[in-house]
Design a protein around this ligand. Sequence first.
Ligand SMILES: [Zn+2]
Length: 74
Amino acid sequence: MKRGHVPRRTCRECGRRASQKELVRLVMLDGVVSEDPGRELPGRGVYCCRNTQCRTRLEKNKKILRRAFRLQFG
Ligand SMILES: [Zn+2]
C-alpha cells in the first residue's frame, strides 16, 4: 500500500465514494443492522454514508441487505 493512500469505500445505498472514515461500516448482528465503529466486528460488512437518509434507506432495502450479508428474508 502506498504511503498516504486513503482507502475508498462505496456507500451501498447511494453509490457515493468516500474515504473509510466518512462512511460507517454496518454489520449484521443477530438479525439487526449494527454499526461497527472500530471496524473490528467479524463477518461481512457494508459501508454507508453517515447520514440518516442513506442509513434508513439501506436498512429498509432488503435487496441490498440480502446481497450484502447473504441473508434470507422470509
Ligand atoms: Zn450514501
